[in-house]
Design a protein around this ligand. Structure first.
Ligand code: SAH
Ligand code: SF4
Length: 351
């Protein structure tokens, strides 16, 4: 049996074609689109301006959910919520909602597992399973938005920093941004998205050429090739001599700031020589460094740098005139680090 098309995988013209095939008038597609994306209806059953028989036809010819909630965990401070979701092929993915400074940020996944093998990352430790479809990524956002909506709250930011490497699933990731941007639908500004990549240079170049408006963050974590390739194996394919000019070129061509992520690992990448090498690479670049103490994972013995080390590293950069923030890891008690909950579920399932 052929499976039904998944609504969130479809563009508006595809939804229009579907409704046309059902014999409905053209404007009904907009009503459906608005009902789901603007009013966050869980299914056509709840879209009262659609005729009853059309609602039934839609329910039988389209799927409106491809993910089921397996569990929800909240951090003790109540600022972070994590949803473990299951795909139709019974794989676990996760989406995290962070609430702070009256902002609500959804951290979404783009792949099941990840093939990039960064040694300290729980998702990397799982290996690559498959790409998520644009619809599976969108449903993560919609679920968080519906949850917030129950308290009259709205999403402020969406970050592609959950499981997987978004630039390995480039087209789906860009479709997500374009579709959620539709002013007649979810109406989410492109500049409120942030894409984080491990540094796939051809994709950074493509992103630059296409003049994409989402914010760009690069997982740097080391400023010498010897160290970076030990932590992030992809550095062998795209060493710093390729990566950093691509980043600089992005800032010049887009006129926008780039963010570098730096997970600070005690005794590994927290020393003065790394800070100095980093300062050299980003000299006069329009950039910002996010320093995040490492979130410990089972598959990696490195420890988080302590507060003294974090401050020392930050001071070294600030003295070189580089803007930095220390991002406190939120939700550590619920393993809200990248991929940690889904990795744990996978381990339990295989026990
Ligand atoms: N694949 C993309 C996006 C997902 S990871 C990327 O790598 O950029 C989101 C961020 O979390 C990345 O900066 C990643 O390096 C970081 N990260 C992964 N595991 C971590 C850990 N254990 N502690 C701190 N940061 C981690
Ligand atoms: Fe993949 Fe990003 Fe984790 Fe590296 S840090 S393994 S690229 S998800």
């Amino acid at each position: 049996m052929k499976s039904k098309p998944f609504f969130f995988d479809l563009s508006l013209p595809q939804v229009e074609a579907h409704l046309q095939a059902l014999g409905a008038e053209r404007y009904r597609a907009r009503q459906l689109w608005e009902g789901i994306y603007k009013n966050l209806a869980p299914s056509p059953k709840k879209i009262s301006n659609l005729p009853e028989n059309l609602r039934e036809q839609l329910e039988t010819t389209l799927t409106f959910s491809a993910l089921t909630v397996q569990s929800t965990v909240s951090s003790r401070d109540g600022e972070t919520e994590k949803y473990l979701l299951e795909t139709q092929d019974e794989k676990a993915i996760e989406v995290v909602l962070m609430r702070y400074h009256r902002r609500h940020t959804a951290c979404i996944s783009t792949q099941i597992g990840c093939g990039m093998g960064c040694v300290f990352c729980a998702t990397g430790q799982m290996g690559f399973k498959r790409n998520l479809s644009s619809g599976e990524i969108i449903e993560q956002v919609i679920r968080v938005a519906r949850q917030l909506g129950t308290n009259g709250d709205r999403l402020s930011n969406i970050v592609f920093m959950g499981m997987g490497e978004p630039f390995q699933n480039y087209e789906a990731s860009m479709d997500v941004i374009d579709r959620l941007n539709d002013p007649e639908g979810f109406n989410f500004g492109k500049r409120r998205f942030t894409i984080s990549t491990v540094g796939l240079v051809p994709m950074i170049e493509r992103f630059t050429q296409e003049r994409r408006q989402a914010n760009l963050a690069i997982s740097l974590h080391a400023a010498t090739n010897a160290l970076r390739e030990r932590l992030l194996p992809i550095n062998r394919r795209y060493p710093l001599e390729a990566l950093m000019p691509a980043c600089r070129s992005y800032t010049v061509q887009s006129g926008r700031r780039i963010t570098f992520e730096w997970a600070l690992i005690q005794g590994v990448n927290d020393g003065d020589e790394q800070a100095a090498a980093l300062a050299d690479w980003v000299h006069r670049m329009n950039c910002h460094i996010n320093i995040i103490p490492l979130n410990p994972t089972d598959g990696y013995e490195g420890k988080a740098a302590n507060l003294d080390q974090v401050t020392r590293f930050q001071n070294a950069l600030e003295q070189a005139g580089i803007s930095t923030t220390i991002r406190v890891r939120r939700g550590i008690d619920i393993q809200a680090g990248c991929g940690q909950l889904a990795a744990e579920k996978q381990r339990n399932d295989s026990d």
